[in-house]
Design a protein around this ligand. Structure first.
Ligand SMILES: [Cu+2]
Length: 500
């Protein structure tokens, strides 16, 4: 094969040399100058035809592919800052477009106009201050304008924010993206590259309790309208975190964490509906399978790697879903079940909580706090008034007395914290007993117990006008009093939300 290619190249060379010789010979026969003028005229005309055809082709191809291009047709940005970025891109295209069209026209037109003619002389222009000024000043003005506008957009996208945001982490590796969510505590735990193992792909430090509820989903799901901060890192080589539909693009660099803040504004469903209106997206996804979905139905946002990182580079795609807040909450709650620590680390050798009872207790308290937060959130968001109630499961009293046990303070501190976070919340603290003993005594005891909680909260800085203590005695059982289990459930302290 190699020999054949080399032989062909030599043959083509011989042919070209022969043609040149014949042309030369014909030229000598007809008169050399005549032949050269003729060729110049022809080539000049070709140049003009080429530039006209080329510019028309540019315009037509831009129009033809418009609906496939980011920033045009249905592909207006799906994020807040993306609109500013697109407008910056359009401005740049406007200025460079003018220069592009003018230089192409002049380049080819001059080749025609200034073709060789006998007697025509070249103008030698050694220096012209005015010209120098003009072609320095125009780029300076245009470039300053573009750079300043670019800086404004950049600072906006990169600004540190005090707003509430969801922080997730994306770690590139050959060849996929690892995704980490902070879990119910909304905070990503510490990690260290020295801790990388097969069962710890992020190198999470399990001594940091913030890590214990972090989960690693297969897809990126985010709610519409919420600010998202992505921590971007790499495990091996350069990768690039690219969400083209949101105009998010940032290098993932080993050893140098980068980030990007963006706010998705369009759900996947809304984006599909936009594509539904576009003729280009009515085709079948798989042209030979009539059962396959249409292009707009099959559309998904995607995360790509935009750095040529190796042979498996193409496989770094991940699906990104933007959904409404309720759907996101449901998804996050389901993912919580798959949290990495309890499913992959807990009880194994690398689990630091395995040995120490102290740490096991820390973990238990953290989980209680999480459960408490969930139940208070559910109570606040409940639609029916009678559902706006939550139990203080770990508030306990000494037998037959209204004195709080020592461990009650953990749960009560969670309540103090929640009351500080929701300053408009007012509560009725309700004491309940089982039906053992005298109903009058039961009522009195439950009243006193509710008051103990009341006193604890007010002595920890909660305004007394937000709280009310009521004892219900044995009048509101939640289970039958016939079994020990039922009676245990009926002895309880609850908090009912009276205003929020
Ligand atoms: Cu990559």
């Amino acid at each position: 094969m190699g020999i054949i290619i080399i032989l062909s190249l030599i043959l083509i060379g011989v042919v070209i040399v022969q043609i040149a010789r014949i042309t030369e010979l014909a030229g000598t026969l007809r008169g050399e100058e005549e032949a050269m003028m003729d060729s110049n005229r022809r080539n000049g005309a070709y140049m003009v035809i080429f530039v006209v055809g080329f510019l028309i082709f540019c315009v037509i191809s831009a129009m033809y592919y418009k609906n496939w291009m980011l920033g045009y047709g249905p592909h207006i940005s799906a994020s807040e800052h993306g609109l500013a970025l697109d407008s910056l891109f359009d401005t740049t295209l406007f200025f460079t477009g003018i220069v592009f069209v003018l230089t192409q026209i002049l380049l080819f037109w001059y080749a025609y106009k200034y073709q060789y003619k006998p007697g025509r002389k070249v103008l030698f222009l050694a220096h012209d201050t005015r010209l120098e000024l003009i072609w320095t000043a125009i780029p300076v003005i245009v470039m300053s304008f573009l750079v300043v506008k670019g800086l404004v957009v950049w600072n906006e996208a990169m600004a540190d924010t005090n707003d509430e945001y969801i922080e997730i982490e994306a770690m590139g590796q050959q060849f996929n993206w690892l995704i980490r969510y902070p879990g119910a505590d909304n905070r990503l735990g510490e990690r260290n590259y020295k801790l990388f193992t097969a069962s710890n792909p992020f190198g999470q430090d399990w001594n940091d309790t913030k890590n214990l509820d972090d989960f690693h989903p297969a897809e990126i799901v985010l709610p519409k309208g919420k600010k998202v901060r992505v921590r971007i890192t790499s495990k091996d080589v350069l990768h690039n975190f690219d969400l083209p539909h949101f105009r998010v693009k940032m290098d993932a660099i080993p050893g140098l964490p980068t980030y990007f803040v963006f706010t998705p504004t369009t759900t996947t469903e809304e984006y599909r509906l936009r594509l539904k209106e576009t003729p280009e997206y009515q085709a079948l996804l798989d042209p030979i399978d009539p059962e396959s979905p249409l292009l707009w139905e099959a559309f998904n946002y995607e995360l790509a790697c935009a750095e040529l990182c190796g042979s498996g580079h193409y496989s770094m795609k991940r699906i990104v879903k933007i959904v409404e807040q309720e759907e996101y909450d449901a998804w996050a709650a389901a993912q919580q079940e798959q949290a990495w620590y309890p499913n992959n680390v807990k009880g194994k050798d690398e689990d630091p909580f395995k040995m120490s009872p102290e740490k096991a207790r820390d973990l238990e308290l953290m989980n209680r706090k999480k459960d408490f937060r969930m139940s208070i959130n559910n109570a606040i968001n409940a639609e029916k008034v009678e559902d706006r109630v939550f139990k203080l499961d770990y508030v306990k009293y000494q037998t037959g007395s209204s004195l709080l046990t020592e461990e009650s303070s953990d749960e009560l501190n969670n309540l103090v914290e929640a009351l500080a976070d929701f300053p408009n919340l007012s509560l009725e603290l309700a004491g309940h007993t089982d039906n053992v003993g005298n109903p009058v005594n039961n009522q009195a005891l439950s009243q006193k117990r509710a008051e103990s909680v009341y006193t604890y909260l007010t002595s920890h800085g909660i305004a007394s006008n937000r709280l009310k203590a009521v004892g219900y005695g044995d009048t509101q059982p939640v289970e039958s009093n016939d079994t020990e289990e039922g009676r245990r459930k009926n002895r309880r302290t609850e908090a009912r939300i009276t205003s929020k």
